[in-house]
Design a protein around this ligand. Structure first.
Ligand code: ADP
Ligand code: MG
Length: 221
């Protein structure tokens, strides 16, 4: 994934807020990149644009070699579904469905047969250490387990890029370490890259690179 010269401006109460002023970055497959910066720096805005959920005012976004700017809305949605996985601070799992069903559903939306999707979902649950919890609903899982299911779900459609916005922000220190270790292992053993916004500088220091959002541009540490 590659971003060049991203600009995003918001109008707020008559004021103009220049959140992104030419942010550029590149994330390779197998690479774990930290995105840091104070609250309000524009991390979530950048991740939404990188994840093709929102559009920038200017700048180019390439995912899997495709220039997203040139696509229609339907094509962008299709590219997002096939190329990008998302993890947020809160798990956003569907409460009425089991862990495994939560990972089967996005695959079925992408047209994958249920039996195939279920096999992949079980493999992913094993990879995040939750094979024995497959039939549990989210409410019966701990916070760390819920985030591990959310990570597995994000990988269900074999994305090229994993976008994580404060994925351990709601977890205690020890659980955050465990969830990060699972995430890092998956990225380093896989062919997809990850862009992870975090306030946890210990975790950022263990990623491959740190990018800091400062006055709307990205500075590499
Ligand atoms: P971070 O994730 O680094 O905390 P955000 O990307 O959420 O930062 O927000 C950056 C700035 O942009 C904040 O000042 C926020 O209020 C503003 N902002 C974000 N989204 C919108 C929006 N949709 N409309 C107006 N202002 C926004
Ligand atoms: Mg944010």
């Amino acid at each position: 994934m590659q971003i060049d010269g991203l600009v995003r401006t918001f109008k707020q109460a008559g004021e103009t807020l220049n959140v992104l002023r030419g942010a550029s970055l590149r994330v390779e497959g197998g690479e774990l990149v930290a995105l840091v910066g104070p609250s309000g720096a524009g991390k979530s805005t950048l991740l939404h644009i990188a994840g093709l959920l929102e559009k920038a005012d200017a700048g180019e976004i390439r995912v899997g070699g495709k220039l997203a700017n040139a696509l229609s809305d339907a094509e962008r949605t299709a590219l997002r579904r096939q190329s990008i996985g998302f993890v947020y601070q809160f798990h956003h799992l569907l409460p009425e469905f089991s862990a495994v069903e939560n990972i089967v559903l996005p695959q079925m939306i992408s047209g994958i047969a249920k039996s195939v999707a279920r096999k992949r979902a079980m493999e992913l649950l094993e990879l995040v250490g939750l094979g024995a919890r497959a039939s549990h609903r989210p409410a019966r899982l701990s916070g760390g387990e819920q985030q591990r299911v959310a990570i597995a779900r994000a990988l269900a459609n074999r994305p090229k890029l994993l976008i994580a916005d404060e994925p351990t922000g709601n977890l205690d220190h020890k659980t955050a370490e465990d969830v990060f270790a699972v995430l890092a292992n998956l990225v380093r053993g896989g062919d997809f890259g990850a862009l992870v916004a975090t306030h946890n500088l210990d975790l950022a220091a263990r990623m491959d690179r740190i990018l800091e959002l400062r006055d709307g541009v990205l500075v590499q540490h």
